[in-house]
Design a protein around this ligand. Structure first.
Ligand code: GLN
Length: 431
């Protein structure tokens, strides 16, 4: 993810010095908040935050890769070069927060952050076999985060298990008046959801998410995991969510429109890169933007400018906004009957490096299971539920209604704990 620190230089220096002197297991108290240093690998993000929502510092020991401007699903277009999937280096880690997920999966750090506009926490978590949560829109301040699709972007943690994810979310979430989309929630006690109990919980499995296009092995593993929750007392039902096929066109219209507007400030004057040689102001703009943006970013700027242009605005942008509202309504209807909806986070396990970039449209279609959640502003968590025959991780996505993170955390934790105790029983049985 792309992040700037929200503290002044002096504070940053002090925090750096303090953290550089830490060892794993040390307890540090910074600005009144206590942090246990779990791991000081090469890519460690330490988030310090005052509950009042004023201070946010992301301390990066090293930068993790992500797709340029967070547009992409593979982390092959990172400024630092392609990131590889630690489970198989010939495969991508997913994206756009692929570097964060790969770093957690490779044990380079205890946790990392990602930003999820259309699945960039949940899809790479699935590809890398880690846990990633995208909270309800507005829960974590985006102050300091460079905007991609402002009405969709949300920051969330990526960690090795559900407990760490819930704990970090609890630390970084709060109302921030410096972010106009930040919401003041009634409670931020996400760790309260860490209960191994789904008795009576109603789980909906949308038929439309498990039909054509989903890899058979993924389908089997996820439905097997749903069965585990059923055995633990959850009431599982299948249902039709509807409108699923409209999510991709609506998302790419809205996200590109917002991106084209958000990125207009990168003109070589106010932010970022400026071309070294130019002849006048317009030439400077043109060269700066031609040289500074990669092909995928340019494609989205062109698409976004087109759908916002007069004559096409109603036909594309307005229509996409209407579709977004209908998708939200479909979820509202589903959550009137279910506590949690279960879905895949991607149609397949991690593809090979080089496979996806050849066909951008196909890559867009790969976002089918994650983007509707952003369009509706909902929380979603991905947890690992198995491996395919190539030993690549398979993830399962649990989606909750707005502000109902605790329910998805509870279901995810119950699955995780049940599997862990089964593993222990098997080990003991074999002794
Ligand atoms: N793959 C999606 C896109 O390229 C999602 C990216 C994201 O969530 N940042 O827009």
């Amino acid at each position: 993810m792309e992040f700037m620190t929200g503290v002044n230089e002096k504070e940053t220096k002090e925090i750096k010095q303090l953290l550089d002197a830490c060892k794993e297991g040390d307890v540090v108290k910074v600005n009144g908040a206590v942090h246990v240093i779990r791991d000081m690998g090469t890519v460690a993000f330490v988030i310090l935050r005052k509950r009042e929502g004023l201070l946010q510092c992301v301390y990066e020991k090293e930068k993790a890769g992500f797709d340029l401007k967070r547009m992409g699903s593979t982390t092959e277009t990172s400024y630092y070069g392609a990131t590889k999937n630690p489970w198989n280096l010939a495969h991508v880690p997913g994206g756009s927060s692929g570097g964060s997920c790969a770093a957690v999966a490779a044990d380079e750090c205890a946790y990392a952050l990602g930003s999820d506009t259309g699945g960039s926490i949940r899809q790479p978590s699935s590809f890398c076999g880690v846990v990633g949560i995208k909270p309800t829109y507005g829960t974590v301040s985006r102050y300091g985060l460079i905007a991609y699709g402002s009405s969709l972007d949300q920051i969330g943690p990526i960690a090795k298990d559900v407990t760490d994810c819930a704990t970090i979310l609890e630390t970084i979430a709060s109302h921030d008046e410096k972010d106009s989309t930040s919401i003041a929630r009634k409670s931020y006690d996400f760790t309260e959801g860490l209960k191994c109990d789904v008795k009576g919980m109603k789980i909906g499995v949308p038929r439309d998410y498990f039909s054509d296009g989903l890899d058979e092995e993924m389908k089997e593993s996820i439905l097997e995991a749903v069965k585990v929750l059923g055995q633990q007392g959850a009431i599982v039902e299948t249902f039709d969510l509807s409108l699923v096929k409209y999510a991709i066109p609506a998302y790419y219209v809205i996200a590109s429109a917002e991106a084209s507007s958000n990125l207009s400030r990168f003109d070589g004057v106010k932010y970022g890169y400026r071309t070294p040689e130019y002849d006048g102001l317009h030439d400077m703009y043109k060269k700066t933007r031609s040289e500074g943006f990669g092909p995928e970013v340019k494609r989205r700027i062109m698409l976004g400018s087109f759908v916002l242009s007069s004559g096409y605005y109603d036909a594309y942008y307005l229509k996409a906004l209407r579709t977004k509202a209908l998708i939200k309504q479909a979820f509202d209807k589903a959550f009137a009957s279910y506590d949690v909806i279960i879905a895949p986070a991607a149609p397949t396990t991690a593809p090979k490096i080089g496979e996806s970039l050849k066909d951008p449209l196909k890559m867009y279609l790969g976002d089918i299971y994650t983007i509707a959640v952003n369009l509706a502003g909902l929380p979603g968590i991905t947890i690992p539920v198995g491996k395919d025959s190539n030993a690549l991780p398979i993830g399962m996505q649990l989606i909750g209604d707005c502000f109902e993170e605790k329910k998805i955390i509870r279901a995810a934790y119950t699955y995780e704990q049940t599997k862990a105790s089964e593993k222990e029983d098997n080990l003991e049985g074999g002794r």
